[in-house]
Design a protein around this ligand. Sequence first.
Ligand code: 3HC
Length: 318
Amino acid sequence: MTATDARSPEAYAREFQATIDADQRIEPRDWMPEAYRKTLIRQIAQHAHSEIIGMQPEGTWITRAPSLRRKAILLAKVQDEAGHGMYLYAAAETLGVDREELTELLVSARQKYSSIFNYPALSYADVGVIGWLVDGAAICNQVPLCRCSYGPYARAMVRICKEESFHQRQGFELLLAMCHGTAAQREMVQESVNRWWWPSLMMFGPADGDSPNTQQSMEWGIKRHTNDELRQRFVDMSVPQAEALGITLPDPDLRWNAERGAHDFGEPDWSEFQAVITGAGPANAQRLAHRRRAHENGAWVREAARAYADKRAKAVSA
Ligand code: 3HC
C-alpha cells in the first residue's frame, strides 16, 4: 500500500495500523501518520547526531594511545561511529528530510544528541570505560531497535549493533588489561567508572513516568521496551562485568533483589540530566562548537561534490 493509491484516509490509517499490529515493517513509500513520521525523524536524527558527536570524547585520545595496537583499535572504533552516523542520516532521509537541514538543527541546538557525550574524557581509562559502559548501554538500547516498525531504521540498526559489540568488547578488554596492571592503573579505572556510571544510566532517558514519547513510540512499535526496562537490563548486565574487573560501581543502593530477580539501584540525578540535555552539561558548548567548526571546514568538499554531480547530470541530460 503506497501513499499514491486513491483511497480514503481511513483506509490508509487502517492499513497502517494492520501493518503495525502484524509486526510488519512500514517502508518509505507507505502511507504513515504525520506524527509517526515526525517522531521517527526526531529519534533517528538525534541518534545520528549522537554518533557523530560521540566521536569527540574518544577522538581526543587517538594521538595519546599508549601503543600502536590501542591506537589502531581506537581509530577503527571512532571511524565506525562516523559510519553509524551516515547510515542513520540516510535512514532519516528516507522520511523526506535532508542531512544538511538536520546538521543545521544540531549545530543551532534545535535538535538533541545523547547526554552522555557532554562529559569530558579526562583519562585514558575513559577510553575503556566509554567502550564498556557507553557502548554497552548503546547495545541494550539499540538491539531492540533492530525490530523497529520502520524498515530503514531497523535495517540500519542490524549492522550498527554488530559493530557496537566490537566497541563494547574492546573497551572491556582494555579495562581488563589495566585492572590486571599496576595499582595506579586500577585506581585510574575506578576513578573513571565513578565519573561515567550515572551518566550511562541517564542515556536511557527519563524515568518512564516522565517520558512524553515512550507510550506512543511503544504503540507504534518504534520502541520495544520502556526506558526503565532497558536501564534495568543494562544494570543487570554490568554488575557481573564490574565484578570480573574487580571494580566497584558507585551506587550504595545497588544490590541483588532475589524477589525481583534483578538488581535494585539508586536514582540518577534527574536535575543533572535535565541540565545536560538543555545545554548546561560539562562539555555541551565545546561539542557543538567543534561540530560547527568541522561542518564549516568541510563546506568546500560539499560544494565540490555538488558541482561535480551537477556537471555530470548536465552531461548525461545533454
Ligand atoms: N540524551 C539527550 N536527550 C534525551 C536523552 C538522552 N540520553 N534521553 C531522552 N532525551 C530526550 C528525548 O529526546 C526527548 O526530547 P525531545 O522530545 O525533545 O526529543 C525527552 O528527552 C524525553 O525523553 P523520551 O524518553 O520521552 O524520548 P524518547 O522516547 O525519544 O526516548 C531515547 C529517548 C531512549 C534516547 C530514544 O530516543 C532512543 O532510543 N533513541 C535511539 C538510540 C539513541 O539515540 N541512543 C543514543 C546513544 S548513540 C550511542 O551511544 C553511540 C554509540 O556508538 C556509543
